[in-house]
Write a new protein. Sequence first.
Length: 138
Amino acid sequence: MSVDLAVQIAIRTRLVTTQTVTDLVAATSILDRNKRPAPSPSIILGDVQVLDEGNSLARSRSRVYHTIHVWKVEPSREGVKAISGAIRTAIHSARLDLGPDFHCVDWRVSSMRALNDPDGETSHGIVTVDVLAEEVAS
């Protein structure tokens, strides 16, 4: 399994098992999909960038930037801000479990943004999770 997929699975698992998140967005609306319109409200996973951390000759450490999109039809950005805050709290609650192939060395929510969608009806939140992962020697 790739490190970015391990991070995505860990993030989705954390979100669907955290009641403060699922109180705001149903677990069935926390998705990895590339289709619009998204359910309202929804959390869409998938955008990712992986960089070699560059601090090991073994090249066993990767920095994964995983972007989470929050969508909600609403007249303000209040709902996406609340959902983004719940995501941040859920991510910070404990170390992410990346499965048997990777170890989560460090993790954080590095940014949160709330925007108006050009459709004039939808609010869009963007949450970036920054994970330092190390391959586990087999």
